[in-house]
Write a protein that binds this ligand. Sequence first.
Ligand SMILES: [Zn+2]
Ligand SMILES: [Zn+2]
Length: 377
Amino acid sequence: MSTTTTGPTGVGDRVHPATPSASADSALIPAYLGGTQPLTRTPVVGTPSTSLAPMFVPGAESVNPGEIRVTVLGSGDPWIRRSQASGSLLIEVGNPEKDFFFFDLGSGSLANFTALMLPVEATTKVFLSHLHADHIGDIPGLVGSLAKSGRIDPIEIWGGGNEDPDLGLASFVKHMGKVMAWDRASLQGVRPTSGFDMVGYEIPYDRPEVVYERNGVTVSCFPAIHGLNGAVGYAVEYAGLKVVFSGDTRPCKHVVEAAEGADLLIHECFQSPAVFAAVTGLPLETALQITSLAHTIPVQMGKILDMTRPRMGALWHLDVTPGTDAVFEEVHASYTGPVAVSQDLKVFNVTKEAVVARQAQVNDAAPPVHGTSHTEP
Ligand SMILES: [Zn+2]
Ligand SMILES: [Zn+2]
């Protein structure tokens, strides 16, 4: 028997009996403080066609055909902390190839990736929203350490260009190769080193464009407003489903356009300036500058969600604190639909039938898992 819940948002959602529900007492405890529930009052939108365990356990569920699974590998920011890895998403699709893609790879995100028990050989596709350190900090580990773990196929990296070639993705990839030269040379004659190879695809920063089409998956980029030209967001489409990732951006019409018909919109959101100053220790003036010049705050987020109306919206890049609940009130001033706050190892199962948010229950000491390669060692 299914039940219907109506949360404080006024949104009534069909809840499958075996799927998680938002308990008023436990739902909003951050995972790093022992919380086991996703940070949302609406963890289930629609009616899942299959039963899902209350928590996602890596290795226990494959991505089904026609499904996209999104796992937040890093939900934090430049303040490197154990509570939240820096920015990164992992998007898996249910095609026969079981493709998965990194979107950004901030510090600490690879530790969360390893805990998902996916094959290191397949860590070959990275889409970067921009080149701030909190979105690229684990790239050297991906190149060097995961090559040591067993990846022998080259890595493909997509990212925005810039009017100044020195600031574009191609320059980043070229110099990253040089940075890793000592690591690579040290393995000569000991381990295959082809996993250190990188192929960079510099993509437009000033217009939407399809940048990837393989195995039933399409990835498009679109301009974001953040720092310098070169910041982009992405839309991933597979099996009639669409997941949109804003990257870092001020409120931006390109995100709104890309998010039309999105099943899941993961949009960056910082706290309002006063809260941001309090949780980071920054002066209020600096917090005001950061949030107004380069980012989106909750009241704006509510308006963006109201314009785009995804099946589920997720705030990302937000300092998760025990008082994070206040963010929902700010968002709900403009929008009362399903919305979640991202934290590390939050998992979204996206299907035609439902969008479900859960937390993952992982083994912190999980060893690397192995799959197949296309390159001969
Ligand atoms: Zn940034
Ligand atoms: Zn950032």
